[in-house]
Design a protein around this ligand. Structure first.
Ligand code: SF4
Ligand code: SF4
Length: 379
């Protein structure tokens, strides 16, 4: 999910602590912060400078935006200036703390044969991306980031302000993560950790404290191109380049309108996100199961059938998805996805529900229901 909506900045108020730092050298500080991060449940914690991201990463971002490959995600373009210069986010920033939290659930296998993961394998159920099968990660990670920021402020004594983000804030988080040695950006454009695979959330804290930087990671994809070959819609036309407009994650979550008809048959039963390029990555052999997130797993999300979803009115949908990433997509877009998934089953058993949906007053739902009916009729 390289473009997840920016999480509201956790902007902490100015602190006026006058005591000097008790944290010792930049190396001691690093160990103390890392220990605390792991204690809070993060999977890894690395450090880098608050220097701007590498020129190559910024140039690639600019090219991607000018190609229009971000689709309707204009908030990415709006954050461009701050992406270039972390000092615009936190004047005086010296270091970036990069955190990861893995989300491989104990019921899932690292490479995609666990329950409710892979598309088109479970008739009757839509496929929801793994990360979305938890209570909303913004909430879960945000609480821990807040605690770590508070700890950092108290520890350094000279800290005046911390900013923190989950996923894509204005910080080019994957560039920082790479520079901090957390992992490398794979050809599928997501970060891969050599010790955790690619089922990880990323977060950062910018700080004015000087902390010893870790050694950057290098790309380790080699000649592999499994992710490019696995993408059902051709959204990875070349290594390290994602055309979001063709990506099922984008189409099912971010895209607001009608899904391009030529892409619908390629979506299978994916109703929220897509994990295909992540599932095939061989680095997942190092993935670890999440202890921190296990308690936040929402098994009900994947276990509902397509028929269950389509039968929901707005109140039912809100009740079923509250507290999960699905909630923010809203019923209209989500049922649009469900209709496409039903059409792709080619199962006449769905015709009754689809005909009812085709009369729905919501044009987005009714149009996709009509498409699904045609798809089934043409099977
Ligand atoms: S495999 Fe799925 S998530 Fe990955 S780029 Fe293709 S459509 Fe997007
Ligand atoms: S599947 Fe292969 S090419 Fe793709 S990110 Fe993983 S290692 Fe790199």
């Amino acid at each position: 999910m390289p473009w997840q909506q920016p999480f509201t900045n956790g902007t902490k108020g100015m602190t006026s602590m006058s005591s000097p730092s008790h944290a010792g050298s930049p190396t001691d500080l690093k160990k103390t912060i890392r220990d605390k991060a792991l204690e809070l449940g993060f999977s890894d914690c690395r450090f880098t400078t608050a220097d701007p991201p590498e020129d190559g990463h910024l140039a690639a971002l600019d090219q991607w935006l000018s190609d229009g490959s971000h689709g309707e995600m204009n908030w990415i373009a709006r954050g461009r200036a701050k992406r270039r210069d972390p000092q615009l986010i936190l004047p005086g920033a010296q270091s970036a703390i990069v955190l990861s939290l893995n989300y491989l659930h104990p019921s899932q296998s690292a490479n995609g044969s666990g329950p409710g993961i892979s598309p088109d394998r479970q008739h009757g159920q839509g496929v929801v991306a793994r990360y979305a099968q938890y209570r909303d990660y913004h909430e879960v990670i945000g609480a821990r980031l807040k605690d770590l920021s508070a700890f950092l402020d108290a520890l350094t004594g000279v800290q005046s302000r911390s900013l923190w983000y989950v996923d894509t804030g204005p910080v080019l988080e994957r560039s920082f993560a790479h520079r901090a040695g957390m992992g490398f950006v794979g050809k599928h454009t997501n970060l891969i950790s050599r010790t955790q695979g690619n089922w990880i959330f990323l977060a950062e804290i910018l700080t004015k404290a000087v902390i010893e930087a870790d050694i950057p990671e290098k790309n380790r994809c080699g000649s592999c191109r499994r992710c490019l070959d696995a993408c059902p819609t051709g959204a990875l036309p070349k290594p390290f380049y994602l055309d979001a407009r063709r990506c099922i994650s984008y189409l099912t979550i971010e895209h607001r309108g009608s899904i391009p008809e030529e892409l619908r048959p390629l979506m299978g039963q994916r109703i929220f996100g897509c994990d295909d390029c992540l599932e095939v990555c061989p680095w997942n052999r190092f993935a670890r199961q999440s202890r921190t997130l296990a308690d936040f797993f929402r098994s009900d999300i994947q276990s509902r059938t397509l028929s269950d979803w389509l039968a929901m009115d707005d109140t039912g949908f809100r009740a079923a998805t509250r507290g999960t990433p699905l909630f923010r997509t809203k019923r209209s877009r989500f049922l649009r996805n469900v209709c496409v998934a039903m059409g792709n089953t080619r199962d006449p058993g769905y015709l009754g529900a689809l005909e009812k949906a085709a009369r729905n007053e919501d044009d987005l739902i009714s149009e996709h229901a009509r498409w699904a009916i045609s798809a089934i009729a043409g099977a």
